[in-house]
Design a protein around this ligand. Structure first.
Ligand SMILES: Nc1nc2c(ncn2[C@@H]2O[C@H](COP(=O)(O)OP(=O)(O)OP(=O)(O)O)[C@@H](O)[C@H]2O)c(=O)[nH]1
Length: 352
């Protein structure tokens, strides 16, 4: 409340922030935030002793890095990525003042939805049972569940690959995608949001192909690659421009080497293979793989795992370097354009 006699102004209500905090998970948060309603502090009244009232205490909600905040109506309020970054989600009301008849105003109040997108360098994408979890546990200390049935992985798992020079690269094992994921078959597309923030996609496919059940059509290895391509495209066509590598797994299984020999020419010219596929399979755009590897990740062969790790590192380093160069280029371009404009040079391009 303001103090009318002296034209005093009450303190504003506290703001509510969402703060990206390492070591916090959404589970920890929901255990901590027992109440459905959380409020920042109330602003202090204006009084003879203090004409300007004290502002209410701000409230910070610690959330894991990578959270996107929406209102219940789906309006995006923003996101917090880097640890320590803060987003104001509800502003405290202004304190009582002459304009409000000296009564304090209510602050923002609404329900918020916290949507966590994992931030990993690499995302393992594949059909169920291809060996994604086995690969993650072989190259990192993560221990995702591995079993001989589809959809063992029901939520994403994160692991960190450590290199001898102490470089760390994070890898996310995502639940298996299947044909028709875009119409919510299987786990649907809901985990693909995690792919959006990664730097590298690693397709993991079984050399023997995949069949969900006796009721489903058997898809061979090449078909699974094309179908994965299609599912990504149906989710978000931009994903197909991401750097990607392909790992053909289970090379220890029967006839694997013969199958690989037969499909190799088509793997090296995927657009041609895609052009011969039935229309319902055909993606508009064919994924380009920067590298194609073969392995039997379950055998944990040191050399094979070393090659996989090195390939991941090379691709990530290349992507990071490219991003740095793009930022530098953009910076130099802007500096140059600004300089030319300052000098009133003719034909100086305009900044967008
Ligand atoms: N023979 C052979 N089997 C493998 C290999 N890699 C994985 N497997 C087996 O394949 C099965 C599925 O492996 P997972 O790692 O759980 O497969 P996933 O892709 O994570 O499966 P989802 O969790 O359903 O998405 C398990 O029984 C593994 O032991 C391999 O290189 N060779």
């Amino acid at each position: 409340m303001g103090f009318p006699k002296y034209g005093g102004v009450g303190g504003r209500g506290g703001h509510v922030y969402v703060v990206s905090t390492t070591g916090v998970s959404l589970n920890i948060l929901s255990a901590r935030v027992k109440k459905n309603k959380i409020c920042a502090g109330v602003g202090g009244n204006s009084s003879v002793k203090g004409i300007i009232g004290q502002p209410g205490t701000d409230l910070e909600i610690p959330v894991p890095p990578g959270v996107v905040v929406y209102t219940e109506e789906g309006i995006r309020l923003g996101e917090v990525d880097k640890p320590g970054s803060k987003l104001i989600v509800a502003k405290g009301g202004i304190g009582g003042c002459p304009e409000t008849g000296f009564s304090g105003q209510k602050g923002d109040h609404y329900n918020i939805v916290l949507d966590l997108k994992l931030i990993a360098d690499v995302a393992l994408v594949g059909f169920p049972n291809a060996g994604k979890s086995t690969l993650l546990s072989a190259i990192s200390k993560a221990s995702p569940k591995v079993a001989d049935y589809p959809f063992t992985t029901v939520r994403p798992h994160l692991g960190t690959v450590q290199y001898e020079d102490l470089r760390h690269i994070s890898v996310a094992d995502l639940p298996g995608l299947i044909e028709g994921a875009h119409v919510n078959i299987g786990m649907g597309h809901k985990f693909l949001k995690h792919v959006e923030r990664t730097k590298l996609l690693m397709f993991v496919v079984d050399i023997q192909g995949f069949r969900l059940s006796q009721l489903h059509t058997m898809r061979n290895c090449l078909e699974t690659i094309v179908l994965l391509n299609k599912e990504l495209e149906l989710y978000k066509p931009d994903l197909l421009d991401m750097p990607a590598i392909l790992l053909i797994n289970k090379m220890d299984t029967e006839n694997a080497k013969d199958i690989y020999r037969d499909i190799k020419p088509m793997l090296e010219n995927l657009p041609k293979f895609v052009s011969q596929c039935p229309d319902k399979f055909k993606p508009e755009k064919v994924m380009k793989f920067n590298d194609i590897l073969t392995a039997s990740v379950a055998l944990k062969n040191k050399e094979e795992l070393h090659t996989i790790k090195e390939c991941i590192r090379y691709q990530i380093d290349k992507t990071v370097e490219k991003q740095i160069l793009e930022i530098q280029d953009d910076f130099t371009d802007r500096k140059l354009i600004e300089k030319l404009q300052k000098e009133n040079r003719r034909h100086a391009p305009t900044l967008l």
